[in-house]
Write a protein that binds this ligand. Sequence first.
Ligand code: PAU
Ligand code: NA
Length: 612
Amino acid sequence: MDPSAPKYFTIIDYVIFALLLVASMCIGLYYAFTGGRQSTTREFLFADRSMKCLPLSLSLMATFQSAVAVIGTPAEVYTNGTQYWFIGCSYILGLLIPAHIFIPVFYRLHLTSVYQYLELRFCKAVRICGTVTFIFQMVIYVGVGIYTPALALNAVTGFHLWGAVLATGLVCTLYTTLGGLKAVVWTDVFQTVVMFTGQLAVIIVGVQQAGGLSETWVKVRDGGRISGFDLNPDPTVRHTFWTLGVGGVFLMLSLYGVNQAQVQRYLSSRTEKEAVMSCYMVFPCLQVALMLSCLMGLVMYACYGNNSPLEQQYITSKDQMVLYFVMDMLQNFPGLPGLFVACLFSASLSTISSALNSLATVTIMDLIKPHYSMTEARATRISKMLAVSYGIICLAMAYVVHLMKSSVLQAALSIFGMVGGPLLGLFCLGIFFPCANSIGAVIGLAAGLLIAFWVGIGGFLSRMSSSVVPPFNSTYTVAAGPDNITITAVTALIDAARPVGLHGFYSLSYMWYSALNSSTVVIIGLIVSFMTGRTKGDDVASGTVYPVMRTARSLLYKLVEPSACCTSSPQHKIDGHKEINGNVKEDAGTQEETETFLPSNPVSHVEQETSV
Ligand SMILES: CC(C)(CO)[C@@H](O)C(=O)NCCC(=O)O
Ligand code: NA
């Protein structure tokens, strides 16, 4: 069989793919006609604040796990080995910190959007800056998310590119608009199952094709694809333990700590405890997702070795490799290519739907409702119209992404770092530094975004202009053979041309973008705050600052004298009365036992939502 021949779908493949879209639509319709029939913003945007932790954790994982991860990660592991897997280390702190710092602060404030926090802590202007930045980030990201699976499918099977883009965009917009957050979360659960099943099926068949488990292992080991800890401290090396394990923590914080899509899920939990639990349960889910995609890369290597289909010019980019592999290896298994394509689109649908719902939420809660008084029914109608509009905007964005060319994984993670990083810095400035003021916050955010785009775009352009040099430094030796000499030569060349000055700055690993940009916001924010008259402790709305020193002291106290652990709760300061839009609200968190705090009267939440 000619390996360069286009691979075609059988009828079963089309049926499986269609089933995915139909099932997702049905879940949307179900939630459109049950419960409160999506007639309030509380139901449409917050799933009645009644979600349990299991569906939430799967949904939290699915939100930032799109086709980008499903096809980008294996391609990365195929070309550069398993170093990327160390990003899994960053999940520990990247989830513990949100669970114990961000969730308690946000949940107890009964926020309607995470940007409302910025108004409580700083002022309205900071809130709007945060919202606009978020919208910008998510619209670009969704563009990448819609376009990626469609492009891969088109390149490998000849499936109509814009047909696939339109089908995903429209189906997703429809069920998001009809079924609200409940539909978004439950389709996420269903789609996660499809995603894992598809990946697992391909891995199993792939191992079989490669000649069994031990054969697979020997091939990837001999091919140098198993990477050890790379402890090179050089921040310009793309992937090392430090860039992934430490830089990755900041990336994770920007996604799982302060991103509206995720915070909205925490806020829609029945209780704070359930929100914290869901955050904990994301950990194993994310590890499974990471493992499956890394294994897929290894299996692919075991099957093709160094004769990649890219090398043989059957495909034109790294990002088409996974799908080519699936169509190539799974030809004799009718239905499996369809299952994998369903897996790919599941990954993207779950991302797009979360993004559309969160975009509608911030637009109505942060940009529209504070300025116009309106009835609940009208607000819900507008939210639905917003979800549709953002669906269309993101489709348009897919076309813009079509015009850019970059490895999708790096592109997506760079967007998170360049736009999500400064936002993370803004929230950290508010939560950890009581002295920071509004002017500091706005100028800090602006400075963070400026540095982000300077380094991000500078790096992109300088990589473009020097594209003869591979964009990565491989620190392990690739398979022994005559090629070794050229590889050594190239490595020496890279070392000789070790970037200095501005170029050193531009060649910063994209995995550090989040850390760099969030620190810029905090540092500039603090400097400006001190220059313009820092906020005095009493002027900060209570509940908006996390008592770092107090917590540290009580932790220390616990260590020294374990019996005294129950007498001092570190969270005393983040409760009490606080002002929301001029009304002093009773906060249930004033109770001594914050652990047992349950929102006893759900009706009061409705009032708060509509009062904003
Ligand atoms: C963001 C992480 C690292 C963790 O969630 C991972 O899911 C990932 O690499 N995502 C890439 C972006 C995407 O899949 O859309
Ligand atoms: Na997803």
